[in-house]
Design a protein around this ligand. Structure first.
Ligand code: GDP
Length: 409
């Protein structure tokens, strides 16, 4: 009898357990976990501070808080409100890396002044030495001319500066050293163009993002500049999106994406080496419009098999972007240490695309600062930004007065 009771108890327990499992299964609808989110079936991808929507459209997380906070909360998807009795399914996500807070662009040039001064040592010292004698005769003016020409200022600007100084001496008589330095400062500043509009098109234009295209020969610091510029804009509270249209160089898209990820800026790119750069640029601008960002920054290739090919390609990238949106800014990146060579590059690029501003990089190195004056004259557009080092925040808005101060330090 005892044995029979035991068997009955065991059967009852098993049946109850089975029923329990069945009820549980039916209540969860047989789901084990949420279905995976499908990536878009397109060639370009948006990565970084973005999410994918099933169905093939990349959407961008443009919440300013997420890009500005020094240590943002992990961007895990917020779970749906739990249905009664139903356990909430929280997807596992990788912890978001903490974002960097870029330095505000204001005053950067002053911070980097010593680098500028040491790179332009020869110009400042040469001028002040030439003018330090008792007499201002033809020999002195020749020395001044040679110094200015040697610093890449070019013949026209050099002649104008020397003529300006001579005129002042004629009108006002022989100056003392202090007076002469002050005239020199004024003449140089006039050549650097204190009144040129050096603002970057970094704000939405009407109901669309500003589009900035960045061009330049490989090695000038173009991709680095796009990354640094994204930081400048993020520091100004802008929502930025990067387009990696340098598809010729395999590592360029990775490099750009890394720059963006550091400050929470997404990158539209293709994983296919040699993908059509115009298509990537087009997708980037489109994603920027859909995500309602403030600025789309498009990096482009700087090397192809030949010069004509590169210029044709850049012209095509420009045309294709313009089908989607006007281009508000086309920045040419020039390595300031390349002097006359850089000038020749600049002229070629200016023929292919409509340059609106120049970024002079490596002005901290062996550059001769006169290139600032020369490039503005030759291209008829202002130097808007200068690269003064390899650090992430070593890109500064160009400030003519701070520049001349540093040169004559
Ligand atoms: P890209 O081929 O034109 O895209 O050039 P990269 O952006 O890859 O830069 C080439 C090299 O120049 C890198 O080592 C950069 O760190 C360096 N570079 C870029 N800008 C500056 C600058 O303003 N100063 C110095 N000293 N180096 C720079």
């Amino acid at each position: 009898m005892d044995a029979l009771w035991e068997i009955l108890v065991i059967i009852t327990v098993v049946v109850l357990a089975g029923l329990g499992l069945l009820v549980g299964y039916l209540r969860t609808g047989g789901r084990k976990s949420a279905p995976p989110v499908a990536p878009p079936a397109r060639e370009t991808k948006t990565r970084g501070a973005n999410t994918y929507k099933p169905g093939g459209t990349a959407t961008i997380d443009t919440s300013k808080g997420a890009t500005q906070a020094p240590a943002p909360p992990a961007q895990a998807p917020v779970p749906e409100p739990a249905v009664e009795d139903e356990p909430a399914v929280v997807e596992e996500t990788a912890p978001a890396p903490s974002l960097e807070r870029p330095e505000s662009a204001r005053g950067r040039m002053t911070r980097l002044r010593s680098r500028l001064a040491s790179s332009n040592n020869a110009l400042g010292k040469g001028l002040l030495t030439a003018l330090s004698g008792d007499k201002l005769d033809e020999g002195v003016w020749e020395d001044v001319e040679d110094t200015l020409l040697g610093a890449d200022l070019g013949v026209e600007a050099t002649t104008e500066i020397v003529d300006g100084l001579k005129r002042r001496v004629q009108v006002e008589g022989t100056p003392d050293t202090e007076q002469l330095e002050s005239w020199l400062h004024e003449e140089l500043l006039a050549q650097v163009g204190p009144d040129m509009d050096r603002r970057i098109a970094g704000s939405r234009v009407g109901d669309r993002p500003a589009v900035i295209m960045v061009v330049g020969v490989n090695g000038t610091g173009k991709t680095t500049t796009v990354g640094k510029l994204a930081r400048v804009l993020v520091a100004e509270d802008k929502d930025v999106l990067l387009g990696a249209a340098d598809t010729f160089r395999a590592a360029a898209a990775d490099q750009l994406e890394t720059w963006g990820a550091r400050v929470g800026v997404p990158t539209v790119r293709s994983d296919k080496e040699g993908a059509d750069p115009a298509a990537v640029a087009f997708d980037a601008v489109k994603a920027g419009q859909e995500g309602e960002v403030d600025v789309v920054l498009v990096d482009t290739a700087g090397r192809l098999h030949n010069k004509v090919g590169l210029m044709d390609e850049l012209a095509k990238v420009k045309r294709v972007i313009e089908k989607q949106s006007p281009i508000d800014e086309c920045l040419l990146v020039l390595d300031a240490t390349t002097g006359q060579n850089g000038m020749r590059q600049a002229e070629i690029f200016a023929d292919a695309v409509n340059i609106t501003g120049v970024v002079l990089t490596k002005l901290d190195g062996t550059a001769k600062g006169g290139i600032v004056v020369l490039v503005q004259r030759e291209l008829g557009v202002p130097v808007k930004l200068v690269g003064l080092g390899e650090g992430a925040d070593d890109l500064a808005p160009f400030d003519p007065k701070a520049f001349v101060d540093a040169v004559l330090d």
